[in-house]
Design a protein around this ligand. Structure first.
Ligand code: NAD
Length: 249
């Protein structure tokens, strides 16, 4: 983890900052000197305490609660997300709607809420935590793949509208990262197929990646922080893969 002051004086709001990739982003922003608002239903206080930031225990699917979050930030990272795996004929409609609410509507509402202060300042950075599943599909992940593809579109519109105001918007597209979201899937699939988790990792999760290793959350976070620096000012409307070569194949 680099420790610098590249984001000193900046304020960042990270959703889903209590765990996994979001927590790694909180740590990386803290190390880069930014003030961090950590938004999560769980783990927000502990994450904020690590970096002297501020915790916001907010369910992002509740628009009234979301509206209480700080709107005057330099950096917005839309990261909170969940997975649900089921074949389409059995996919619960309410789970589908919940996932769109958390992973599409909440990012839209937060972007809408944060843009006026960014525009007034003439500077802003929006990073949307997409996925390989923002540009590729997998079976049984209808809600997640739909939401990530929608997030890609939202991110590009924000890039086009924000350009004249000094605001960039980008997606980061990880393959499988070592987080509770993935270790949970590993355990569930191993139990379902009666095979060891290592076998599920190699033969299912990493089947399409050229590099057969889980990605570390800190590797994703370093890219997020770079996107928020000055030298990334011309990178906008992009989708940056961190996928071990998955989408090259
Ligand atoms: P994670 O489960 O470790 O963290 C997700 C966080 O979101 C949790 O802390 C959780 O409490 C929070 N959250 C869930 N519902 C919420 C709600 N209603 N309101 C507020 N917070 C809520 O997962 P992760 O793997 O770190 O995933 C983070 C993001 O990265 C997600 O958008 C995910 O789709 C994306 N992603 C993950 C991977 C991976 O392999 N782990 C790959 C590609 C993309």
């Amino acid at each position: 983890m680099t420790s610098d002051s590249s984001l000193a004086g900046r304020t960042a709001l990270v959703t889903g900052g209590g765990s996994g990739i979001g927590l790694a982003c909180v740590r990386a922003f803290g190390a880069a000197g930014a003030k961090v608002h950590v938004v999560d239903v769980a783990g927000a206080e502990a994450a904020a305490a690590e970096v002297g930031g501020q915790a916001h225990v907010v369910d992002l699917t509740d628009p009234a609660a979301l509206a209480t979050l700080p709107a005057d930030v330099d950096v917005l990272v839309n990261n909170a997300g969940v997975q649900h795996v089921a074949p389409l004929p059995e996919f619960p409609a309410e789970r589908f709607a919940f996932i769109q609410s958390l992973m599409v509507t909440a990012p839209f509402l937060l972007i809408r809420q944060c843009l006026p202060a960014m525009y007034a300042r003439g500077w802003g950075r929006i990073v949307n935590m997409s996925s390989v599943h923002g540009v590729r599909a997998s079976p049984y992940k209808a809600a997640y793949v739909t939401a990530k593809h929608a997030l890609e579109g939202l991110s590009k519109v924000a890039a086009l509208e924000g350009a004249e105001h000094g605001v960039t918007s980008n997606c980061v597209n990880p393959g499988y990262v070592r987080t509770p979201l993935v270790t949970g899937q590993l355990a569930a699939q191993a139990a379902e197929h009666g095979v060891p988790p290592e076998e599920v990792l190699e033969q299912v999760l990493l089947r399409r990646a050229a590099i057969k290793r889980l990605i570390e959350p800190s590797d994703v976070a370093e890219l997020v922080v770079w996107l928020c620096g000055e030298s990334a000012g011309h990178v906008t409307g992009a989708s940056l893969p961190v996928d071990g070569g998955w989408t090259a194949g």
